[in-house]
Design a protein around this ligand. Structure first.
Ligand code: FAD
Ligand code: NAD
Length: 478
């Protein structure tokens, strides 16, 4: 007999597992179908994020940061290491343990909340039937189906993956030795994070970026500062570089590319292709369902993640919007709660973005260029970490926080950060903005001393020309 559920979720990444847990909390009989297999061939929950994305990359970023800190700045801070050396196998084992802990954690949460975990590949059929293959093969039915199949790396004809020398981000999280020379196609978020990991561990890193501008998604002033600091760290970022061909030869990769200086070739030991990700819809649904995709291949949804089919929803990377775990999780919660009759919504204007490099880059809200483009005028306040006592004590006094406030209403429109622990600091900005804070609200809030968060306070004061710990040009009294 076909098992019948209230809710079936296809995909157990952050969007899918969150939707499943919240649906079960709300009393729905819920199953989650997922086909992820880890390197040992075992089924694992958590999708890209926990197995091959956010979590393993952050484990390597943290470990490589510690290593580089000890090597490059230990002595200056009074820490002498006799014969400091890298044990890459141990670093990878730590990362694998973190991944195993967090993925097992989701299995525990499924159990605790009564979510049925079905291993295998799910395919949506008409009338909300879901065919399962490749694991616990069979069929199930649901009142509501939530598609959360995530995304996969974009491949390039000019640099086809071979899993050894020319690799995607997943393989680049598991190199068994530090490449002497590493090439990365794409100086976007993955390129910068993974480029940083391997640079810190000793590789020469060359990033080939097709666009002329660096990090166009970030505020321009932040992007300029980031490019300066990354270049100083030895990341060789070449902009306007169009890769023509990559050939594996004698255990190395010859990459031929064209930029404004003409055609050039570089030899690297490994080449990471990190040029974006595409929605994972292959085999996800039968054509007879009539499920609509948008022009970019994402499952078409409205602002509440409803597809064109009754009782079928889609969340996370497989739908429009930034490909970020927290965006998918909020969508998962929204859909589950709307099934229970609640009016939950996601505020897509307030999705925080973070790049976990050193310095960290983070933002929430609009960039200055976007506001200008929209003809909206704003007042700007900038405060440098060089004037923040805690950042100085940490030996991390570079970068700044920039606040954009509406010139007429004083409403905070965007907060942009580059510097230490900005991934954490951006939460305060997101909280303020989600409460509709004015810049004055931040000015009137007391921040503990000495903390990095004081830089947020001072940036708000700077909007009004009142920063205390940084000399701004004098204003005349009116
Ligand atoms: P996914 O996590 O991709 O999960 C989808 C799941 O569905 C997978 O398990 C897949 O195997 C399964 N699946 C697909 N099709 C089927 C099917 N037909 N049947 C059954 N199962 C199926 N985001 C951040 O917010 N912060 C970060 O720091 C961050 N770092 C990243 C680092 C890297 C290297 C990468 C690659 C990504 C990173 N991301 C980060 C992005 C983040 O991983 C994604 O936004 C997030 O995983 C999307 O979640 P999802 O649930 O939509 O899909
Ligand atoms: P991305 O969109 O961040 O960067 C891709 C870069 O590759 C862009 O700069 C693009 O101009 C460039 N590019 C595209 N085609 C090219 C070509 N042929 N040659 C050279 N350069 C080319 O994508 P990504 O870095 O692959 O990451 C994928 C997604 O994963 C991102 O959208 C991001 O949302 C998510 N992610 C998030 C985090 C985080 O939140 N910290 C970390 C990693 C990944």
């Amino acid at each position: 007999m076909t098992e019948r559920y209230d809710v079936v979720v296809i995909g157990a990444g952050p969007a899918g597992y969150t939707a499943a847990i919240r649906a079960a909390q709300l009393g729905f009989k819920t199953a989650c179908v997922d086909d992820w297999r880890n390197s040992a061939g075992a089924a694992a929950l958590g999708g890209t994020c926990l197995n091959a994305g956010c979590i393993p990359s952050k484990a390597l970023l943290e470990s490589s940061d510690l290593y580089a800190l000890a090597r490059d700045h230990g002595a200056q801070r009074g820490l002498k290491f006799a014969g400091l050396s890298l044990d890459l196998a141990a670093m990878m084992a730590h990362k694998d343990k973190v991944v195993s802990d967090v993925t097992l954690g989701i299995a525990t949460l499924f159990k605790a909340n009564g979510v049925t975990w079905i291993t295998g590949r799910g395919r949506l059929l008409p009338k909300n039937r879901v065919e399962i293959s490749g694991g616990e093969a069979g069929g199930i039915e649901a009142v509501h189906v939530i598609l959360a199949s995530g995304s996969t790396p974009v491949s390039l004809k000019s640099a086809p993956f071979d899993g050894q020398r020319i690799v995607d981000s997943q393989d680049a999280l598991a190199f068994q030795e530090v490449p002497r020379r590493l090439g990365v196609i794409g100086a976007g978020i993955i390129g910068l994070e993974l480029g940083s990991v391997w640079r810190r561990l000793g590789a020469e890193v060359l990033l080939l970026e097709a666009q002329e501008g660096f990090l166009p998604v970030a505020d321009e002033r932040i992007a300029r500062e980031a490019l300066k600091q990354f270049s100083a760290q030895g990341l060789d970022i070449r902009l306007g570089a169009r890769v023509l061909e990559s050939r594996v030869k004698n255990g190395a990769v010859a990459v031929r590319y064209q930029d404004q200086n003409g055609e050039r070739e570089e030899i690297v030991d490994r080449l990471i292709v990190a040029v974006g990700r595409r929605p994972n819809t292959d085999g996800l649904f039968a054509a007879e369902t009539g499920l609509l995709l948008d022009e970019w291949g994402f499952v078409h949804v409205d602002e509440h993640c409803r597809t064109n089919l009754p009782n079928v929803y889609a969340v996370g990377d497989v739908v429009r919007g930034p490909m970020l775990a927290h965006k998918g999780m909020e969508e998962g919660v929204m859909v589950a709660e709307r099934l229970a009759g609640r009016a939950t919504a996601v505020d897509y204007d307030l999705v925080p973005s973070v790049i976990y490099t050193d310095p960290e880059i983070a933002w929430v809200g609009k960039t200055e260029q976007a506001l200008k483009h929209a003809g909206e005028s704003c007042r700007t306040g900038v405060f440098p970490f060089a004037a923040n006592g805690r950042a100085k004590a940490m030996g991390a006094a570079s970068g700044f926080i920039k606040i954009l406030a509406d010139a007429r209403t004083d409403r905070v429109r965007g907060v942009h950060l580059i510097g230490p622990h900005c991934s954490e600091l951006v939460a305060a900005a997101a909280l303020a903005m989600s409460f509709g804070a004015s810049n004055e609200d931040i000015m009137l809030t007391m921040f503990a001393h000495p903390t990095l968060s004081e830089a947020l306070h001072e940036a708000a004061l700077a909007v009004a020309g009142q920063a205390i710990h940084f000399a701004q040009p004098k204003r005349t009294r009116s």
